[in-house]
Design a protein around this ligand. Structure first.
Ligand code: DCM
Ligand code: MG
Ligand code: MG
Length: 225
């Protein structure tokens, strides 16, 4: 019934801690029945917050996200604490269920990091029965299918970076990415422009608790794009 587009900014790729959190909730009625020219559903709920990671943000992460330890401290942002966890829980509970979290590279990055952060504070099952699905996996599978049916396309390897997918699907350039809200919003627009991706999400969602928490994996395993 409700898709929650989730994006996290973090301290980096190794032992990542959340620096910015965004959930953008849209009801299936708004996503599926939108007229072709409307890419922004009027009725959306958002939960966006900068959180203090309580650890050093890697330089590269600061460069791309614009978030530094100093700016977070100067603005007196609080850590990912149990109050914030309850805010998330209540945000999810306000949505008409069943709810599916949707994230780009979610299986390897956002879902396990999110799970890791909440698990320290509450039992993840307290979020209710929520599902999750990874658009990166979906778009790659759909691309394989299309390739299979078109011999001329078989050697073309498209990029699956969020901004490249956005340009391909929405026919527009994406600005200011690596902001959790902008990335979530772009992902929502991609999903609206690609009905077959929505069908894929519905057919391939798994329970959120199915994901393992993070991890200390090698960077190559986390980041494919
Ligand atoms: N990240 C990074 N270096 C990159 C890409 C990403 O350290 N080259 C980290 C910092 C970002 C986080 O991953 O905050 C999430 O990336 P994205 O903005 O693509 O969601
Ligand atoms: Mg992301
Ligand atoms: Mg992002």
């Amino acid at each position: 019934q409700t898709y929650i587009f989730l994006d996290l900014e973090t301290t980096g790729l190794v032992n990542p801690q959340i620096t910015e959190f965004c959930m953008l909730a849209v009801h299936a009625n708004s996503l599926k029945c939108a007229p072709a020219n409307i890419k922004t559903p009027r009725v959306t709920d958002k939960l966006v917050a900068v959180v203090d990671p309580l650890t050093q943000i890697q330089q590269r992460a600061s460069e791309i996200t614009g978030l530094t330890n100093r700016s977070i401290e100067n603005n007196h942002k609080l850590p990912f604490d149990s109050e914030f966890c309850f805010a998330i829980k209540h945000f999810i509970c306000r949505q008409s269920g069943p709810v599916c979290l949707v994230s780009h590279n979610g299986d390897k990055f956002d879902f396990p990091i999110f799970r890791n952060s909440i698990e320290k504070l509450i039992d993840p099952s307290h979020l209710g029965q929520i599902f999750c699905a990874d658009t990166l996996v979906g778009l790659k599978q759909l691309n394989q299918k299309e390739k299979g049916s078109n011999f001329n396309n078989q050697r073309f390897k498209p990029s699956f970076k969020l901004l490249d997918v956005y340009t391909r699907c929405c026919g527009d350039l994406m600005f200011n990415w690596h902001s959790a809200e902008n990335d979530s919003f772009a992902l929502m627009q991609i999903t609206m422009c690609k009905p077959e991706l929505l069908i894929w999400l519905d057919q391939n969602k798994v329970l959120f608790t199915h994901n393992q928490p993070m991890y200390l994996k090698h960077v190559d395993e986390i980041r494919e794009v």
